[in-house]
Design a protein around this ligand. Structure first.
Ligand code: PBG
Length: 352
């Protein structure tokens, strides 16, 4: 008996067949566009480390958001990049510093209010963190100021790397809750705590509910790895740690069960949406979470994923469009419901 060849290629013979049998697709409605807000008027600052991404003053941010919305993208994620970040802490008292984070006329609060006024339909998400505001660039409050200067000195004369600084988790979550509440008051639909402090979801949920913001959603950067792929972003957001690293609060990239524990704990604390970040190097993590939890899952394709493709494409080593489409499809295939990406506008245009 002669067996016919098993002809799998039948499925791929024509574009129509490939379309019919495609297992994954994404549309503009799955995308979230990250945006950097700065103080000032009529500004659009290029970011060297992220070609094609700009920092906008609020007036231009509105124009950009209008374009995003017209492309069918339902949501933006706002990052505030305050002016002279490093001077902020030194010049101001502790109270002034904290107020800058949750002042109703703060940069993010203003951006949110004005975007919602101009385009009420768009979903506005806000990143809730301290790293663009602290002089040291860490995502939380240092346990005491003395340890800050000591750790700076130690950086230059010590071969070991003992911990000379410590982030005060519980002080930080108090502040994060105030920031998130101020974003909600400004009109944010979804607040997204990204500092990886324990209890941040619980504190924020309680603060929101306490002021009748039961409908404000909470997207937790639950699974945020201590990743080298964030480097380009830190130039964009002026948030590079002045010393040390984020390994004592962000996840170890060797771990996946630890990620599942973070997810479980955030869901128990009331997170509506879970996020994995970065995306491309963590597709196994996405898939594992998808298989174990039913909470909507977001993936953040971060600055490094974007910029390395940009750099290679600038050299003619790959085709940016084809690669970006492939990356987005892979992230969807692994199980992401939402995709936060710097290619949001491009992807929406390419798939039109
Ligand atoms: C703030 C924050 C970071 C990113 C998003 N929110 C940087 C960091 O943790 O250092 C990275 C985003 C990107 O690389 O695109 N904590």
């Amino acid at each position: 008996m002669v067996f016919p060849l098993n002809r799998q290629r039948r499925f791929r013979r024509t574009p129509a067949l490939r379309k019919l049998f495609a297992e994954t697709s994404f549309s503009a409605s799955d995308l979230v566009a990250p945006l950097f807000a700065i103080d000032g008027k009529n500004l659009a600052e290029p970011i060297m480390s992220m070609p094609g991404v700009l920092r906008y003053s609020v007036d231009n941010l509105i124009r950009e958001t209008e374009e995003i919305y017209k492309l069918g993208i339902p949501a933006v994620l706002i990052f505030g990049v305050p002016e002279k970040t490093t001077a902020l802490r030194r010049k101001r008292s502790k109270e002034q510093f904290e107020n800058a984070l949750y002042d109703e006329n703060g940069l993010v609060q203003k951006a949110v209010r004005e975007i919602k006024r101009a385009i009420p339909e768009i979903i506005v998400m806000t990143d809730v963190c301290l790293c663009s505001y602290t002089s040291h660039g860490h995502c939380g409050i240092l346990r005491n100021q003395k340890s800050e200067s000591r750790s700076k000195k130690k950086k230059f004369n010590s071969c070991q790397s003992p911990i000379y600084y410590e982030i005060d988790n519980d002080k930080t979550i108090d502040i994060l809750a105030k920031i998130a509440l101020s974003h909600a008051e400004a009109g944010a639909d979804i607040v997204a705590p990204s500092s990886m402090m324990d209890g941040q979801v619980k504190y924020i949920r309680e603060a929101l509910d306490g002021k009748n913001f039961q409908n404000t959603m909470l997207m937790s950067y639950s699974v945020k790895y201590a990743s080298n792929f964030y480097t380009p972003f830190r130039e964009a957001a002026n948030s590079k740690p002045a010393f040390g690293d984020r390994k004592s609060y962000q996840l170890d990239f060797r771990n996946v069960r630890e990620a599942l524990r973070e997810v479980e704990s955030d869901i128990n604390e009331g997170a509506d949406i879970i996020m994995v970040k970065p995306a491309m190097a963590y597709l196994d993590v996405l898939k594992e979470i998808k298989n174990n939890f039913n909470t909507p899952l977001a993936a953040y394709s971060v600055s490094g994923e974007y910029s390395m493709v940009k750099a290679a494409s600038a050299n003619g080593w790959l085709n940016e469009k084809e690669v970006a489409m492939e990356i987005a499809s892979s992230i969807k295939r692994a199980g992401a419901d939402l995709l936060i990406t710097y290619w949001a506008k491009c992807l929406a245009e390419w798939i039109k």
